[in-house]
Design a protein around this ligand. Structure first.
Ligand code: ZN
Length: 195
C-alpha cells in the first residue's frame, strides 16, 4: 500500500477528517484522526498489520506488546502477520501502565511495541518501560500513524506507516476559532465507550 493509497483509505472511512475539532486533550486542530474507524474492518486491520510487520520482518521479533486500548487490534494483526504472540499492557487504577493477566516475557525476549497512533508517543514510551521491567528487549516500535510531526522521542527505532504533521492549538490561540468556526468534539463518544 502506498502512502497516497493509505491516506485515501483513511479519509474514505472517516478515520482522518478535516474540519475544526476539539481533541480529547482540549486542544483544537483542523485534522481529526480516529484509527478505530479503520480497524473496525478486519480486512483493513489485517492489511495494515501486514504492512507494519513487513517493516520489521528481519528483526526476529518473538512477541508484540501493545498498550490497551488503542494498540490491541493492530497489535494482534501485526503479530498474526509475523506468526508470533500478541500481549498487551493496561493502566491500573492509579493510571500506571502494567502487565497483568499472567502475561510474561522471557529474559531478553525480542519485542515489537505496536500502537495505532503516536501523538506524543507517551503510551508507547510507557509500554517500553513495562517491557524492560519484565526483562524483555524492545527492538523496535511501530504504529499506523505518527502525528507528532517528527517530535516523537523514543529510545528504540520507530516507524509508522504514515507520518503526518498535524498542528494543534490552545483554544484561545486557535486560528480556526479566529476564523469564526466552532470546534466539534468528534472523539467524546469514543472516549466514553473506551474508558
Ligand atoms: Zn478552534
Amino acid at each position: 500500500m502506498t502512502r497516497d493509497e493509505l491516506i485515501k483509505l483513511l479519509e474514505e472511512i472517516g478515520a482522518i477528517r478535516q474540519g475544526h475539532f476539539e481533541l480529547s486533550s482540549g486542544r483544537h486542530s483542523g485534522t481529526y484522526i480516529q484509527c478505530a474507524l479503520v480497524l473496525q474492518y478486519p480486512n483493513h486491520a489485517e492489511e495494515l498489520g501486514r504492512a507494519i510487520a513487513e517493516q520489521v520482518r528481519d528483526l526476529e521479533v518473538s512477541c508484540v506488546v501493545s498498550p490497551a486500548l488503542g494498540g490491541l487490534i493492530i497489535g494482534q494483526e501485526v503479530a498474526r502477520a509475523l506468526g508470533v504472540r500478541a500481549i498487551f499492557v493496561e493502566r491500573d487504577r492509579s493510571g500506571q501502565m502494567t502487565m497483568r493477566r499472567g502475561f510474561e516475557l522471557k529474559p531478553g525476549e525480542r519485542v515489537l511495541v505496536v500502537e495505532d497512533v503516536w501523538t506524543t508517543g507517551g503510551s508507547t514510551r510507557e509500554t517500553i518501560g513495562v517491557v524492560e521491567q519484565a526483562s524483555g528487549l524492545v527492538v523496535a516500535a511501530g504504529a499506523i500513524i505518527d502525528r507528532s510531526g517528527g517530535r516523537l522521542e523514543l529510545n528504540v527505532p520507530a516507524r509508522a506507516l504514515l507520518e503526518l504533521d498535524v498542528p494543534s492549538y490552545e483554544p484561545d490561540d486557535c486560528p480556526l476559532c479566529r476564523g469564526g468556526s466552532i470546534a466539534m468534539r468528534p472523539g467524546s463518544r469514543f472516549a466514553r465507550a473506551g474508558s
